[in-house]
Design a protein. Structure first.
Lengths: 300, 766
């Protein structure tokens, strides 16, 4: 039996819980072996038990004030250590970013949501991360701090591959910033799982639409696919197709077809590649429909 | 029948307070002074010759106290057996190989060595330092491929046993046993049929899903005796197996039953206990062995899959004229699939004048299957009940009427030969006719309703009870049967009524093998059934002894003493009485002597259990996902001793069957399990299920003081076909393979996929 799958003990590691961002960056930058930040730990601890990561240093970022920010002023600011439960229950998120609230409320169980963070959902970089597609579809920007100072990047540019991000040694994700939702816009996220809960997406789609002031045509759309490529991906052809279109069953169905072309899934124990392609079409249609309702103010 | 005040009520479980407060002690809770931790070393190959095992690096690790391989287990003659229950024996030389492989590994995860160390982390590290040199061999994974003449042999020296002649085949084979049961003339039967339907059905390997991983601990006492603590379904059964496996006399073994976190048949065999004992003997220290969830899923022994062909014919008026079936059950790496039970369960609901029932026990490079709730029954009923639905459809008779026209009755002969005693199948089917779950129209698109029957032969075997009267006029019950399902509570209810005591005044203890009266393991839906006779007998024994003492005091003959409301009275002079309290008090005084009643039973007749499930489903046509809208379980329970517990058993069984039907499956790649976690091995969660309604029929069993039947197993039998038949009515597509997960339904309803033809493109979760 392969060593990496046995799950009892973790290798010994150093633990630090810095009180400020500078110290966290310094600890991570100066570590000689693998060092990893710890927020909720729902991914990292499991991976350490499974020996998929054996960091010599674990830097707990939960005590850093900037990573615990949750505010809605000139957009939504979510510190990288804020739990999914806090996000899902934050009134401005429920009102202005319902797709994000819904995604945060379906990850794992209540216990997991109390620990897991949106920052961790990004940094773990699982293709199936549920909270990432809605955040990206809302046009999120990521604020990163590192030894060389701060930088900001569009959230969709954050991912390199499964479990891999653009974070350099010593860099920490500080916060996720979502712009204020424009008028006549709406978003939705749906994932498909064989059960009703406690599962990982076979496929997921987050859709965002912004309508013209008369709500007759789509000015802009963002469609983000989960679990069907090495990273969360935008279905840019589908987005381009929708711009300027009126959204009806026909155009929405065409968008679904186009979105599925952006998917490059694998076959695994959760589903075949062919089935995942079909699911992307269905979920794209359904999320666009829901986003459209929300944009027209017809749904909460 | 007598009136009861406690029997028939939903008394709270007597063990509930300790369970819900976390005080119940399970095997993994044991913490013995000086205890070592064991860790098993498992094969990374599904089929390989073991060329060499080097334990030197593991032994050199500080904290490691012993490393053992199969050479450290006592050798065992090939074919050595030990009794399991009744006339059923188990091949202990096979069990020894499952405990620890000697020359060859036959499934991925088979144990090849074990270490004992001062803490679990050292033990785990040491397990990784045991160097095993394997020569990989070709793997045979599929039951149909395993039956081919050119298939890789799981056992080079295994020859097919022809059950009827008891002769062995000339050529070695992966078919360990072939059996055929015939009746009447099937050719003639098919000739007179107006419609004949034949289909082949496939089910996958599934896990019992018990929450508690196996755990045990062993200690060698100063006098050389061995004490073993284990969470098993039968501690006497474990002892019996250890006697053969380890060559220890029964008197040298004390097996202490711990609370058990579910078994469902998967904790009947001594697969871990021998290792703990040998390590304890080697180190002279107590050794605890607890397996991980991954080990549980990978290699402890799941439920058997099968490929089943059924052909049946019927006349236009709805009578079955002939039936043939071929059931091929996958035993995993060692013989012993429940194929005979499959033949029995599948066909038992029907009158069959013309029948051929053929079974194959087939070996593959997969973990050796263990019993799983109504072993063999779920695949068989999936096949037969789905085919019956199709046949009823073909001749235009509604599925309930079709069942009623062909339902087995008392006096009919079961497919394997036994005559049926009193059963309640007809009465149960009658209840469905008028029940809202059947009569309420199911409206809306993509919705369908399905019906399927189930059967289980209740086990009997040996059970015993002792009942003692305490000085304060209360009673203590002592049994040797492990409580899997609430049997401490139901036994207490029976004794309470027999002795006319308040249930609060009764305690019940499951004792160890040194102290408790002998009992076979808990399984086969047999405990409440057989214990009803044993506890009744023990209670009557107590009453007889008390009446004798009362007669002496009242100066009347024993026949003239009656017992009522805790008082013994002379029948013809009710003022002439003595209280139970007084007799109880005196029983511990000098010169009187304690009151100890004994009861035991063996070889009771089977109390056959029949069930029918009605399922309403809705299918998402775009994803293939099933939502169960309504689910109703009908069951002849004989007599519900504790209705809440009976309903809980039925609901639990139905949920496991639903899991088997919709999402649970072992997914293998060259013999390696790819979904060995509860994330990707998808048991149903609460949100996947509607309220499971239960409707109890009470047709008393032929034997036993209360007419009850075992209830635990039959509810897992019907769900596969009940849901398949419902899905057919919702989609117009019949599915021939479990699980009917969203992807499989998605492709099947589009006319492609694996439906009925294993191995083609688009497999669910391939």
């Amino acid at each position: 039996m392969s060593k990496e799958k046995e799950g009892l003990s973790v290798d010994a590691f150093e633990y630090a819980a810095p009180q400020n961002l500078q110290d966290a960056v310094a600890l991570l930058a100066e570590a000689s072996d693998e060092a990893r930040p710890l927020a909720g730990g729902t991914d990292l601890i499991t991976q350490m038990k499974e020996n998929r990561h054996s960091p010599a240093l674990v830097v707990d970022v939960k005590k850093i004030p900037e990573l615990n920010v949750l505010s809605y002023e000139a957009g939504l600011h979510i510190g990288a250590a804020v739990s999914c439960t806090q996000i899902a229950e934050f009134e401005p998120v429920r009102v202005h970013y319902p797709a994000l609230a819904e995604a945060c409320a379906l990850i794992g169980s209540y216990q997991i949501q109390n620990r897991a963070t949106l920052g961790g959902n990004f940094c773990n970089a699982a293709p199936s991360a549920d909270a990432v597609p809605p955040a990206v579809s809302y046009g999120a920007t990521l604020v990163i701090a590192g030894p060389g100072g701060r930088r900001e990047i569009p959230s969709e540019d954050f991912f390199v591959g499964p479990g891999q991000t653009v974070l350099e040694k010593g860099e920490v994700l500080v916060e996720i910033v979502l712009p204020p939702p424009p008028p006549h816009s709406g978003a939705a996220y749906l994932r498909f799982i064989p059960r009703e809960e406690m599962d990982i997406a076979v496929a997921g789609v987050g859709s965002f639409v912004q309508l013209s002031p008369d709500t007759r045509t789509c000015e802009q759309a963002r469609i983000v696919l989960a679990a069907v490529a090495p990273t969360p991906v935008r279905a840019k052809e589908a987005e381009a197709f929708l711009a300027g279109q009126s959204l009806d069953d026909t155009t929405i169905a065409q968008a679904g077809e186009l979105a599925s072309q952006a998917a490059s899934p694998i076959s695994d124990v959760r589903g075949s590649a062919a089935y995942r392609i079909e699911l992307v079409k269905v979920l794209t249609r359904r999320t666009l429909g829901k986003a459209l309702e929300r944009a027209k103010g017809e749904a909460s | 029948m007598a009136e009861y005040s406690v029997i028939g009520t939903s008394l709270a479980k007597v063990d509930a307070p300790e369970r819900v407060t976390g005080k119940a002690t399970y095997g993994a809770d044991l913490d013995l002074p000086g205890m070592l931790w064991a860790k098993l070393v498992r094969s990374p190959h599904a089929h390989a010759r073991i060329k060499h095992i080097d334990t030197s690096r593991a032994k050199a690790l500080p904290g490691v106290k012993a490393v053992i391989t199969a050479h450290d287990l006592p050798s065992l003659p090939k074919g050595a057996t030990a009794p399991l229950v009744g006339e059923v024996s188990i091949d202990m030389s096979a069990i020894r190989e499952i405990v620890m492989a000697s020359d060859k590994v036959r499934y991925h995860g088979q144990v090849v060595a074990a270490v004992a160390a001062t803490d679990p982390f050292i033990a785990e590290e040491a397990a990784g330092l045991v160097d095993v040199d394997y020569e990989p061999l070709p793997v045979v994974e599929d039951v149909l491929q395993a039956m081919q003449p050119d298939a890789p042999l799981v056992h080079e020296d295994l020859h097919t046993l022809e059950e009827a002649t008891q002769e062995r085949s000339d050529q070695p084979s992966n078919v360990s046993t072939h059996m055929v049961y015939t009746r009447g003339d099937v050719e003639a039967g098919f000739t007179v049929a107006d419609a004949v339907v034949e289909k082949t059905y496939t089910t996958q390997m599934v896990h019992q899903g018990y929450l508690e991983p196996q755990a045990c601990a062993a200690r060698v006492e100063p006098n050389g005796r061995v004490t073993l603590w284990t969470s098993a379904q039968g501690h006497f059964t474990v002892r019996t197996q250890l006697v053969t496996l380890l060559g220890l006399p029964a008197s040298q073994l004390k097996v202490v039953p711990m609370e058990i976190g579910g078994g469902f048949g998967g904790k009947a065999l001594a697969l871990f206990e021998p290792t703990a004992i040998v390590l304890a003997q080697k180190t002279s220290r107590p050794v605890k062995l607890v397996v991980s969830r991954e080990e549980v899923l990978r290699a402890t022994g799941p439920g058997a899959p099968a490929v089943i062909t059924v052909k049946a014919g019927a006349t236009k008026d709805g009578k079955i004229t002939a039936l043939t079936t071929t059931m091929r059950y996958d035993a995993g790496a060692f013989p012993g699939s429940p194929v005979a039970r499959g033949l029995l369960v599948g066909l038992a609901p029907y009158k069959l004048d013309n029948m051929v029932a053929e079974g194959f026990d087939v070996l593959t490079n997969k973990p050796r299957v263990q019993a799983y709730r109504a072993p063999g029954g779920t695949p068989a009923a999936f096949a037969v009940e789905a085919l019956m639905d199709a046949l009823a459809d073909e001749i235009g008779v509604d599925p309930l009427t079709f069942r009623q026209k062909n339902a087995a009755e008392e006096g009919d002969t079961l497919p394997l030969g036994m005559p049926l005693n009193r059963i309640g199948l007809t009465e149960m089917l009658k209840q469905i006719e008028t029940h809202p779950c059947w009569t309420t129209p199911l409206e809306g698109p993509h919705r369908g309703r399905g019906l399927a029957l189930g059967y289980w032969i209740g086990g009997s075997f040996t059970s015993s009870a002792e009942v003692k009267i305490n000085p304060d006029a209360t009673a203590s019950i002592f049994v040797g049967t492990v409580d899997l399902t609430g049997t401490r509570t139901t036994i207490s209810q029976m004794v309470a009524d027999e002795l006319q005591l308040d249930p609060q005044d009764i305690t019940i203890t499951v004792g160890d093998t040194d102290s408790a009266p002998f009992a076979d393991l808990s399984g086969g839906s047999r405990i409440t059934y057989t214990m009803s006779a044993a506890a009744h007998q023990a209670s009557q024994d107590v009453l007889t002894q008390l009446k004798e003492r009362a007669a002496e005091k009242l100066k009347v003959s024993v026949d003239e003493v009656e017992y009522q409301a805790k008082r013994f009275r002379a029948k013809n002079d009710t003022r002439n009485e003595v209280s139970l309290s007084e007799l109880a008090r005196e029983s511990v005084a000098w010169g009187s002597g304690p009151i100890i009643g004994k009861g035991s039973t063996t070889r009771m007749q089977p109390a056959h259990a029949y069930a029918a499930h009605v399922a309403d489903v809705e299918i998402d046509p775009e994803t293939g996902k099933v939502t169960i809208l309504r689910y109703t379980c009908f069951q002849d329970v004989g007599k519900a001793i504790n209705p809440t517990q009976v309903e809980g058993q039925i609901q639990g069984g139905a949920v496991q069957g639903i899991g088997w039907a919709l999402n649970e499956e072992y997914i293998f790649d060259n013999g390696e399990l790819k979904n060995a976690s509860l994330l990707d091995y998808r048991c149903p969660v609460a949100l996947d299920l509607p309220m499971i309604e239960t409707v109890l029929t009470e047709v008393p069993a032929s034997e036993g003081p209360y007419g009850l039947r075992g209830v635990g197993e039959v509810p897992i039998v019907p769900p596969g076909a009940a849901l398949a038949n419902a899905i057919y009515r919702a989609t117009g597509t019949r599915l021939y393979e479990l699980p009917m997960n969203p992807e499989r339904i998605f492709w099947a309803t589009r006319g492609n996929g694996t439906n009925g033809s294993p191995g083609t493109n688009g497999s669910g979760g391939a």
